[in-house]
Design a protein around this ligand. Structure first.
Ligand SMILES: [Zn+2]
Length: 81
């Protein structure tokens, strides 16, 4: 009985963490992927904003030509369709 309750609590907690516990999601401006700010593989500062990347390759592409990828603040509005 106790074990079953514990498992229920534990399962619920980890599910809640997945939904709410992770950090803000930012959009990788290079590939458009959503990146957890805390788990981003790389970050870059541009025009006073921090951009988050899923991989070092994306950061490198951005750093080499930020104007190509820079648009209005990605991830500021929740633009889910
Ligand atoms: Zn990427």
């Amino acid at each position: 009985m106790a074990g079953r309750l514990k498992r229920l609590l534990f399962g619920g907690r980890s599910a809640a963490q997945e939904l709410n516990g992770s950090g803000k999601m930012a959009k990788d401006p290079v590939c458009g992927m959503e990146v957890d700010e805390k788990k981003a593989a790389a970050t870059s500062q541009y025009k006073g904003k921090t951009y988050y990347f899923c991989a070092l390759g994306c950061k490198k592409a951005f750093d080499e030509n930020p104007e190509k990828y820079w648009r209005e603040a990605p991830g500021m509005h929740s633009s889910k369709h």
